[in-house]
Design a protein around this ligand. Structure first.
Ligand code: SF4
Ligand code: SF4
Length: 293
């Protein structure tokens, strides 16, 4: 039985594709987007998350830790012993290994809601294509069980992985971040060349996809980016749906709990008027444009 690493399964999701869905969040991502709202998903290994306001000072974590790391976070090896000992969830491990059948058991609990709402299952992350065998096994099982599937991806994966899962994926939720390559490298840590060529492949294969564009003030909403987007969309041909995802700073607390600095400190959220102006600028290039997931 195939297994993989996930960090969450969210039921009754309305933001990750059509209808009511269950979203399975894979652990691990090769990108480091500065606006990432799931920083706990980036590492390919389970990590310790702290919520110090839940701490009652019982000291059990100190006895449990083999590395004397409870007072010095830089020594932490993310082994999880302190989380097991902590009675208040002040210490919590993010990420766990699960089998395909364990995930399918959870997915199948809500089958009636998918059928009534036209929903299904979404594989997100992290980057689901970074665990291609596990993703493929889940998609194939969903197909056998007649469940609608969506894959939410950065597109940063070998073409062979995309080719393998495409026949079993009903819808791709494809992120497009920055078109200027140097800026893409700076703000996400990787080049966008593979992402753009994989997107062209999806278009050539006539695969069903929605584009998801994160709107980060001063980064992805600049005149340069909007102009590049317009010409890129013109090249791709009519896109079925674009989702504009407005930046929010709600993830700041997660960065604190991981002991990491928040890279976009002070970045404002885009106003509804700014979001509307971007929607108007991109409207001619897609059948439907939505603000939000
Ligand atoms: S995760 Fe392991 S190494 Fe880190 S503080 Fe807890 S017990 Fe110590
Ligand atoms: S075990 Fe949990 S509640 Fe007790 S001192 Fe450690 S972090 Fe605080």
């Amino acid at each position: 039985m195939k297994s993989g690493l996930i960090f969450n399964i969210q039921k009754f999701s309305l933001q990750d594709g059509p209808g009511i869905r269950t979203t399975v969040f894979f652990l691990g991502c090769p990108l480091r987007c500065q606006w990432c709202h799931n920083p706990e998903s980036q590492s390919f290994h389970p990590r310790l998350l702290l919520a110090t306001r839940r701490c009652i000072g019982c000291g059990r974590c100190q006895f449990a830790c083999p590395h004397q790391a409870t007072r010095k976070r830089s020594l932490c090896q993310h082994c999880g012993h302190c989380a097991t000992a902590c009675p208040t969830l002040a210490r919590e491990m993010v990420g766990r290994r699960v089998t395909v059948s364990e995930v399918m058991d959870t997915i199948n609990q809500d089958r009636v809601f998918y059928e009534e709402s036209g929903g299904g299952v979404t594989f997100s992350g992290g980057e689901p294509l970074a665990q291609p065998d596990f993703l493929l096994a889940l998609l194939q099982t969903c197909r056998k069980q007649a469940l609608h599937t969506a894959v939410d991806t950065s597109g940063y994966a070998p073409l062979a992985s995309l080719e393998a899962i495409a026949p079993y994926t009903d819808l791709f939720l494809y992120d497009l971040k920055l078109l200027a390559e140097e800026k893409h490298r700076y703000f996400t840590g990787v080049s966008n060349q593979l992402i753009l060529s994989n997107l062209k492949w999806l278009v050539r294969q006539k695969k069903n996809f929605f584009l998801r564009l994160p709107i980060i003030p001063g980064i992805t909403d600049t005149d340069e980016q909007i102009t590049l987007l317009q010409s890129h969309l013109r090249e791709l041909g009519q896109v079925k749906q674009i989702n504009l995802l407005p930046y929010h700073a709600l993830a700041q607390d997660k960065y604190r709990r991981l002991g990491q600095p928040y890279p976009l400190e002070g970045t404002p959220e885009p106003s509804p008027e700014q979001m509307q102006a971007i929607a108007e600028a991109l409207k001619p290039y897609c059948e439907q444009i939505q603000i939000g997931g």
